[in-house]
Design a protein around this ligand. Structure first.
Ligand SMILES: [Zn+2]
Length: 215
């Protein structure tokens, strides 16, 4: 299938390359990036054959780090940004200043993932990003929310959804809908997983259980 990268991302990549000409591109990516499976990914071409996400290796060389890129993107408040994923954090869709824990299979410790708007007027806007990188290597960090380390009966949200997805993949929850609500069925599934992995079967997904699940 033929595809092309959204124009705003070509522009963004050019600007990053201009600022950091010697940067490492080993973890760069654009199309069909498998680390976002099994969810629907912006790395897959949309209906118009356009890929609306890129990965940028965090090693910007010369002591510069992807964190500076994230900070510059956050500071830009550019409406073209849909969300960013970096270091187990994901920004809220359309609100680049708000971040949540990211429980996807790839922590994004080696690259910065940038998804842009699904609106062609935005994703194909090649207007300069004019990112202001802090060149002192001491850039402020992206706003961080602590990673929830315990899910139990009554927990809800994206983290629970991710937990249910993994339990389903492993056959502890029957195939079906994932509701993001930690109810009795999720609790039973957690207990079964814990028993099968010689963990304390308390039905609560804490640090040890989440780690055993690869989360
Ligand atoms: Zn990515």
């Amino acid at each position: 299938m033929s595809w092309r990268l959204a124009k705003c991302l070509i522009q963004l990549r050019d600007e990053i390359n201009k600022t950091f000409p010697e940067r490492d591109k080993a973890s760069d990516g654009s199309v069909g990036d498998l680390h976002h499976l099994p969810r629907k990914s912006d790395h897959n071409p949309n209906a118009n054959g356009v890929v609306t996400a890129i990965d940028v290796d965090r090693d910007l060389n010369d002591g510069h780090d992807g964190r500076e890129l994230v900070s510059a993107l956050v500071a830009s408040r550019d409406p073209r940004i849909k969300y960013i994923i970096f270091e187990r954090q994901i920004s809220v869709t359309g609100i680049v200043t708000k971040w949540n824990p990211y429980h996807g299979p790839n922590a994004h410790n080696h690259h910065v993932h940038i998804s842009v708007s699904a609106d062609p007027a935005l994703y194909d806007s090649a207007a300069p990003w004019a990112l202001k990188f802090k060149q002192n290597g001491n850039a402020p960090q992206a706003p961080r929310t602590p990673l929830p380390s315990l899910y139990k009966r009554g927990s809800r949200g994206d983290g629970v959804r991710e937990l249910q997805r993994v339990l389903m993949e492993r056959g502890y929850i029957p195939k079906g809908k994932i509701d993001g609500v930690f109810g009795p069925k999720t609790e039973i599934a957690v207990r079964q997983f814990q028993s099968a992995h010689k963990l304390n079967p308390d039905g609560m997904a804490g640090t040890v259980t989440l780690k055993a699940l690869g989360l």
